[in-house]
Design a protein around this ligand. Sequence first.
Ligand SMILES: Cc1cc2nc3c(=O)[nH]c(=O)nc-3n(C[C@H](O)[C@H](O)[C@H](O)COP(=O)(O)OP(=O)(O)OC[C@H]3O[C@@H](n4cnc5c(N)ncnc54)[C@H](O)[C@@H]3O)c2cc1C
Length: 596
Amino acid sequence: MRAISGHSQGSEDTEVIPMRMGRPPRLGASTHHQAKSSGAICMSFHIAIIGGGVSGLSAAYYLQQQALSSGQALDITVYERKPQFGGNADTVVVKLGTLQNGQGQPERAFIRWADLGVNDVNLATYVKLAALMKDIGYLQHMKPLQDTTSYFTADGNEYLTDDAALYNGVSDARFNLAQTDGGELSKLIAVVHQHAIDLVAPPAGGPPPVPVSYTVAHYFDSCIANPEGMLAATARRLQIQINWGDPAIPARIARIRDEIYYPRISAMYFTDNETGPGGMPLQSPFQYYRVQEGGVTPDRRYFEYGSQHWLQALARWMEQHSTDKVKVRHHMGAPVKVTISPASAVVTPSDAPPEHVDLVLMALHADDALHALEFKGIPTDTAHAIQATLHQVRYTRSYGVCHTDDRLLPRNRNVWRTYNVLVHSPAQQVQPYRMSYVENFHQNDPLTPSLDHIGLPMFFTSLLPDLKQVQANAVLTRLNGDEVPQNLRDALPHLAQSHAPAHHPQTGYSHELGATHAHLAGKAWALFKHNVLNVNCIDAQSRMQAINEDNAQRPLMPLFFGGGWTNGAGLHEQCLAQSQLLTQWAQRYINRHQAA
Ligand SMILES: Cc1cc2nc3c(=O)[nH]c(=O)nc-3n(C[C@H](O)[C@H](O)[C@H](O)COP(=O)(O)OP(=O)(O)OC[C@H]3O[C@@H](n4cnc5c(N)ncnc54)[C@H](O)[C@@H]3O)c2cc1C
């Protein structure tokens, strides 16, 4: 416990704690401190959150809110390895060239921004995210998104385009999925899709969800073997007319599998390259679709200033709402190691002395947690259970690259889109399709409305299994906050207030690559990693929830686990759900600790 004598720098009872890099101020050698508010002195509980992505920051937010309403004195420090918050939310500002607005006019930079990783959310299903954003005044920055998915053959020829969510028209009528096979294909897709979702997330009062061992291949095999038995009830519920006596239906379902779902699932950041899309548990992609694309009326949104900005805004909001009694601090730019003992914990950033804390919340990937954690005096079976659970989670890696290399795009410019995904080592039967989403509306020049949407020069963000797939000289250069011209900083205020350091920021997990990509230093790319959402990972997720719950019931150690890897596909909404659980577990831990 820490006690802090309050000294307000801001308003009467509000202290604004500046975000900083490097060593935080030492608050005293002892872990026991006092918090003073309006003359009263009380013991403050110190929580360390490891990881400054959406999981860590949302956990800090919920803890802060809870403490502000309960009166609990709380001192929260978010430790982040990189010099910026964001994690997989990684936004780059890039210079595409210079513009000359007519003769005699000065040249000026042609600048855009792009999201390399996290891109969009669905406010129809992201109810926790919407509530949090509303609370901090951020909802207005979530802009409507039109998404299309296009499918291509390996040689760049277009095949199908699903433009159902476009506001106007279609990309190219020749390849319009809605008209393919006389419209029968898209009708059947709607039924196949909804039935799979019902199997993994049954409606209230329905049968239990299918087991994790039930794969995507099992599902399609069953639909092909008995289309009417599997799908007719769902079609009736959706009021979609299908002639189940049509002998073409089994082949149509096989086509849907091979030309729609297998390519789509192959491109997901959490798919297992070893088993391929067919070997994935049905629940992995379809729970993802339910959250990311579902809802009575899906409400897809992108981030007006890029996804990283929202997390920087959240961090700033927490600073501004810190009080003498409830503080949120940050320690950036250094990885930490954590030593857990039965009644206390020590957090050691690589650039600062060890600090004793009362409780640690891990909000980083399982492999990073494994690397960062050390146990001292914890029963061996408990420590082993945690390590074995973390070890069970395997990772995929992808490169997010912002570039102008249109060889990665299909030949048909009508279907060029900004964000595209190249599939990871596809299974034999799957052609290497490519998907594109309309996310470029926000990537045109915000300073020049007349240039918006004309798309010149065209640039793209690709998620690639291999960085060599894009020409090195086509990768755009990443600008830092201090390099962005003043007029753009004025238009995008977050850049002016950005916590970007003077030097080039670290990109994703590129530090794990060593010097291999030194020639791309300062360029707009990042290495992302994500847990493979296979049977082992889903098992590890439920084991970790049990470990957390057990520890909240009879505290064994000051440690709980959150982070996107612990819940579903780790979408923002799922990270927030886990952060709310972390807050409940932490509160129970604090209550017991204080009662003892
Ligand atoms: C390519 C890609 C695209 C995605 N797109 C979307 C999308 O559009 N919408 C959506 O909702 N979700 C998307 N996701 C899922 C996304 O992962 C989650 O939404 C979310 O960003 C995960 O947040 P997190 O905080 O759990 O992990 P992360 O964002 O990875 O944050 C973990 C943090 O821990 C830090 N860290 C690691 N080790 C240490 C250490 N030892 N000490 C201190 N800090 C450490 C890391 O630097 C990192 O910042 C995408 C994921 C990927 C990979």
